[in-house]
Design a protein around this ligand. Sequence first.
Ligand SMILES: C[S@@+](CC[C@H](N)C(=O)[O-])C[C@H]1O[C@@H](n2cnc3c(N)ncnc32)[C@H](O)[C@@H]1O
Length: 225
Amino acid sequence: MLVPRPPCRHGSLVDAQTRASEPAGSPSRPLRDGLGFFGRFLRNPTSVGAVLPSSRYLSRALVGRLDLGPGELIVEFGPGTGPATEIVRNLLPTGARYLGIELDPRFHGMLTQRFPTLAFHHGSAGDLQRILADLGLPKPARIVSGLPFASLPPKVQDSVVEGIVWALHGSDGDFRTFQYVHAYGLRAARRFRGLMEERFTGFERIGPIVRNVPPAFVLRYWGAK
Ligand SMILES: C[S@@+](CC[C@H](N)C(=O)[O-])C[C@H]1O[C@@H](n2cnc3c(N)ncnc32)[C@H](O)[C@@H]1O
Protein backbone atom coordinates (compact mmCIF):
# COMPACT_ATOMS: atom_id res chain seq x y z
CA MET A 1 0.00 0.00 0.00
CA LEU A 2 1.20 3.50 -0.76
CA VAL A 3 1.79 5.89 2.13
CA PRO A 4 -1.50 7.75 2.77
CA ARG A 5 0.02 11.22 2.53
CA PRO A 6 -0.90 13.45 -0.40
CA PRO A 7 2.64 14.07 -1.68
CA CYS A 8 3.35 10.35 -1.63
CA ARG A 9 0.32 9.26 -3.57
CA HIS A 10 1.99 9.49 -6.92
CA GLY A 11 5.59 9.19 -5.87
CA SER A 12 6.93 12.31 -4.26
CA LEU A 13 8.11 15.79 -4.89
CA VAL A 14 11.00 16.50 -2.59
CA ASP A 15 12.50 19.94 -2.16
CA ALA A 16 15.44 21.14 -0.11
CA GLN A 17 13.20 22.39 2.68
CA THR A 18 11.45 19.04 3.09
CA ARG A 19 14.78 17.26 3.15
CA ALA A 20 16.15 19.57 5.82
CA SER A 21 13.10 18.97 8.02
CA GLU A 22 13.63 15.20 8.15
CA PRO A 23 15.32 13.86 11.27
CA ALA A 24 19.09 13.41 11.04
CA GLY A 25 20.45 9.92 11.73
CA SER A 26 21.42 9.22 15.33
CA PRO A 27 24.75 7.49 16.05
CA SER A 28 22.99 4.38 17.30
CA ARG A 29 20.95 3.91 14.15
CA PRO A 30 23.47 1.70 12.30
CA LEU A 31 23.62 -0.62 15.29
CA ARG A 32 19.83 -0.71 15.64
CA ASP A 33 19.43 -1.28 11.91
CA GLY A 34 22.09 -4.00 11.96
CA LEU A 35 20.40 -5.89 14.80
CA GLY A 36 16.93 -5.48 13.31
CA PHE A 37 18.16 -6.54 9.89
CA PHE A 38 19.85 -9.64 11.29
CA GLY A 39 16.59 -10.55 13.04
CA ARG A 40 14.71 -10.33 9.74
CA PHE A 41 17.44 -12.41 8.06
CA LEU A 42 17.02 -15.17 10.67
CA ARG A 43 13.28 -15.14 10.08
CA ASN A 44 13.49 -15.11 6.30
CA PRO A 45 17.02 -15.87 5.05
CA THR A 46 16.14 -16.47 1.39
CA SER A 47 14.23 -13.29 0.81
CA VAL A 48 16.33 -10.98 3.02
CA GLY A 49 19.49 -12.57 1.60
CA ALA A 50 22.03 -10.63 3.70
CA VAL A 51 22.99 -10.41 7.36
CA LEU A 52 23.63 -6.66 7.41
CA PRO A 53 22.31 -3.59 5.58
CA SER A 54 24.54 -2.25 2.80
CA SER A 55 27.22 0.27 3.75
CA ARG A 56 27.04 3.84 2.50
CA TYR A 57 29.93 3.04 0.13
CA LEU A 58 28.03 0.25 -1.56
CA SER A 59 24.82 2.28 -1.51
CA ARG A 60 26.53 5.24 -3.22
CA ALA A 61 28.02 2.99 -5.88
CA LEU A 62 24.63 1.35 -6.39
CA VAL A 63 22.74 4.61 -6.85
CA GLY A 64 25.43 6.34 -8.92
CA ARG A 65 24.44 9.64 -10.52
CA LEU A 66 20.77 10.42 -10.40
CA ASP A 67 20.04 11.85 -13.83
CA LEU A 68 16.31 12.38 -13.49
CA GLY A 69 14.16 15.16 -14.90
CA PRO A 70 10.95 16.62 -13.43
CA GLY A 71 8.17 14.03 -13.32
CA GLU A 72 10.58 11.13 -13.93
CA LEU A 73 10.37 8.16 -11.61
CA ILE A 74 13.03 6.05 -9.91
CA VAL A 75 11.95 2.71 -8.45
CA GLU A 76 13.90 0.87 -5.77
CA PHE A 77 13.37 -2.86 -5.28
CA GLY A 78 13.98 -4.24 -1.78
CA PRO A 79 15.03 -1.06 0.08
CA GLY A 80 15.30 -2.97 3.41
CA THR A 81 16.19 -0.46 6.14
CA GLY A 82 16.91 2.18 3.48
CA PRO A 83 20.68 2.77 3.07
CA ALA A 84 20.34 3.36 -0.70
CA THR A 85 16.99 5.11 -0.19
CA GLU A 86 18.76 7.73 1.90
CA ILE A 87 21.24 8.40 -0.90
CA VAL A 88 18.42 8.64 -3.46
CA ARG A 89 16.42 10.99 -1.25
CA ASN A 90 19.39 13.32 -0.85
CA LEU A 91 20.06 13.39 -4.61
CA LEU A 92 16.48 13.43 -5.88
CA PRO A 93 15.99 16.51 -8.09
CA THR A 94 12.98 18.70 -7.48
CA GLY A 95 9.94 17.26 -9.20
CA ALA A 96 11.40 13.77 -9.67
CA ARG A 97 9.59 10.88 -8.02
CA TYR A 98 10.55 7.81 -6.00
CA LEU A 99 8.75 4.53 -5.29
CA GLY A 100 10.20 1.79 -3.08
CA ILE A 101 8.79 -1.75 -3.32
CA GLU A 102 9.49 -3.84 -0.24
CA LEU A 103 8.22 -7.35 0.55
CA ASP A 104 9.00 -7.46 4.26
CA PRO A 105 6.22 -5.83 6.33
CA ARG A 106 8.57 -4.76 9.13
CA PHE A 107 10.97 -3.06 6.71
CA HIS A 108 8.04 -1.47 4.89
CA GLY A 109 6.72 0.04 8.12
CA MET A 110 10.18 1.28 9.07
CA LEU A 111 10.71 2.90 5.66
CA THR A 112 7.41 4.81 5.72
CA GLN A 113 8.35 6.27 9.10
CA ARG A 114 11.94 7.02 8.25
CA PHE A 115 11.32 8.63 4.87
CA PRO A 116 8.01 10.48 5.20
CA THR A 117 8.47 12.33 1.90
CA LEU A 118 8.94 9.16 -0.16
CA ALA A 119 6.40 6.55 -1.28
CA PHE A 120 6.64 2.83 -0.48
CA HIS A 121 4.57 -0.09 -1.67
CA HIS A 122 4.32 -3.25 0.42
CA GLY A 123 4.53 -6.11 -2.09
CA SER A 124 6.75 -7.92 -4.56
CA ALA A 125 9.03 -6.35 -7.16
CA GLY A 126 7.83 -9.17 -9.42
CA ASP A 127 4.51 -7.28 -9.73
CA LEU A 128 6.06 -4.05 -10.99
CA GLN A 129 3.75 -3.53 -13.97
CA ARG A 130 0.57 -4.04 -11.92
CA ILE A 131 1.82 -1.91 -9.02
CA LEU A 132 2.62 1.04 -11.30
CA ALA A 133 -0.74 0.71 -13.06
CA ASP A 134 -2.61 0.60 -9.74
CA LEU A 135 -0.80 3.71 -8.53
CA GLY A 136 -1.13 5.57 -11.81
CA LEU A 137 2.63 5.94 -12.07
CA PRO A 138 4.64 6.10 -15.32
CA LYS A 139 7.34 3.62 -16.32
CA PRO A 140 10.47 4.38 -14.30
CA ALA A 141 13.47 6.07 -15.88
CA ARG A 142 15.78 4.25 -13.44
CA ILE A 143 15.54 1.11 -11.30
CA VAL A 144 17.91 0.30 -8.44
CA SER A 145 17.65 -3.01 -6.67
CA GLY A 146 18.74 -4.52 -3.39
CA LEU A 147 17.03 -7.84 -4.18
CA PRO A 148 19.09 -10.92 -3.27
CA PHE A 149 19.03 -12.50 -6.73
CA ALA A 150 21.55 -15.15 -5.62
CA SER A 151 18.93 -16.60 -3.29
CA LEU A 152 15.67 -15.80 -5.11
CA PRO A 153 13.77 -18.73 -6.69
CA PRO A 154 13.76 -18.88 -10.54
CA LYS A 155 10.07 -17.94 -10.76
CA VAL A 156 10.65 -14.71 -8.82
CA GLN A 157 13.80 -13.94 -10.83
CA ASP A 158 11.85 -14.41 -14.06
CA SER A 159 9.00 -12.11 -13.07
CA VAL A 160 11.38 -9.42 -11.81
CA VAL A 161 13.45 -9.54 -15.01
CA GLU A 162 10.28 -9.36 -17.16
CA GLY A 163 9.20 -6.28 -15.22
CA ILE A 164 12.58 -4.59 -15.61
CA VAL A 165 12.66 -5.24 -19.37
CA TRP A 166 9.06 -4.02 -19.76
CA ALA A 167 9.86 -0.85 -17.80
CA LEU A 168 13.13 0.06 -19.55
CA HIS A 169 12.40 -1.09 -23.10
CA GLY A 170 12.79 1.77 -25.57
CA SER A 171 14.27 4.14 -23.00
CA ASP A 172 17.84 5.10 -22.15
CA GLY A 173 17.26 4.31 -18.48
CA ASP A 174 19.27 1.72 -16.61
CA PHE A 175 18.94 -0.96 -13.97
CA ARG A 176 21.49 -1.27 -11.17
CA THR A 177 21.88 -3.99 -8.59
CA PHE A 178 24.62 -5.59 -6.51
CA GLN A 179 25.88 -9.12 -5.97
CA TYR A 180 28.15 -10.21 -3.15
CA VAL A 181 31.60 -11.37 -4.27
CA HIS A 182 31.35 -14.65 -2.36
CA ALA A 183 27.99 -15.45 -3.97
CA TYR A 184 28.89 -14.25 -7.49
CA GLY A 185 29.53 -17.76 -8.76
CA LEU A 186 26.44 -19.35 -7.24
CA ARG A 187 24.05 -20.94 -9.69
CA ALA A 188 21.16 -18.56 -8.98
CA ALA A 189 23.45 -15.51 -9.29
CA ARG A 190 24.78 -16.77 -12.65
CA ARG A 191 21.25 -17.58 -13.77
CA PHE A 192 20.14 -14.01 -13.08
CA ARG A 193 23.10 -12.53 -14.99
CA GLY A 194 22.45 -14.92 -17.87
CA LEU A 195 18.83 -13.75 -18.12
CA MET A 196 19.91 -10.11 -18.01
CA GLU A 197 22.61 -10.62 -20.66
CA GLU A 198 19.99 -12.06 -23.01
CA ARG A 199 17.69 -9.07 -22.54
CA PHE A 200 20.11 -6.10 -22.36
CA THR A 201 22.69 -4.82 -24.81
CA GLY A 202 24.78 -2.93 -22.23
CA PHE A 203 26.48 -4.27 -19.11
CA GLU A 204 29.03 -2.85 -16.72
CA ARG A 205 30.47 -4.37 -13.55
CA ILE A 206 31.72 -1.90 -10.94
CA GLY A 207 33.99 -2.83 -8.03
CA PRO A 208 34.28 -4.90 -5.96
CA ILE A 209 33.21 -2.42 -3.32
CA VAL A 210 35.33 -3.66 -0.43
CA ARG A 211 34.01 -1.25 2.19
CA ASN A 212 30.95 -3.38 2.72
CA VAL A 213 30.32 -6.55 4.70
CA PRO A 214 30.56 -8.65 2.63
CA PRO A 215 32.25 -6.99 -0.41
CA ALA A 216 30.04 -6.72 -3.46
CA PHE A 217 30.02 -5.89 -7.17
CA VAL A 218 27.58 -3.34 -8.57
CA LEU A 219 26.04 -4.45 -11.87
CA ARG A 220 24.56 -1.98 -14.34
CA TYR A 221 22.42 -2.89 -17.36
CA TRP A 222 20.98 -0.70 -20.11
CA GLY A 223 19.54 -1.07 -23.60
CA ALA A 224 16.60 -3.41 -22.90
CA LYS A 225 15.80 -5.60 -25.93
C1 LIG B 1 19.88 -8.05 0.59
S1 LIG B 1 18.51 -7.17 1.34
C2 LIG B 1 18.97 -5.52 0.83
C3 LIG B 1 18.35 -4.45 1.69
C4 LIG B 1 18.85 -3.04 1.38
N1 LIG B 1 18.57 -2.67 0.01
C5 LIG B 1 20.32 -2.94 1.62
O1 LIG B 1 21.07 -2.84 0.64
O2 LIG B 1 20.72 -2.99 2.79
C6 LIG B 1 17.16 -7.64 0.27
C7 LIG B 1 15.87 -6.87 0.46
O3 LIG B 1 14.96 -7.25 -0.57
C8 LIG B 1 13.67 -7.49 0.01
N2 LIG B 1 12.97 -8.40 -0.91
C9 LIG B 1 13.19 -9.72 -1.13
N3 LIG B 1 12.38 -10.19 -2.08
C10 LIG B 1 11.63 -9.14 -2.51
C11 LIG B 1 10.62 -8.99 -3.51
N4 LIG B 1 10.20 -10.03 -4.27
N5 LIG B 1 10.07 -7.77 -3.68
C12 LIG B 1 10.48 -6.71 -2.94
N6 LIG B 1 11.43 -6.78 -1.97
C13 LIG B 1 11.98 -8.00 -1.75
C14 LIG B 1 13.99 -8.05 1.38
O4 LIG B 1 12.89 -7.98 2.24
C15 LIG B 1 15.15 -7.14 1.78
O5 LIG B 1 14.69 -5.94 2.31
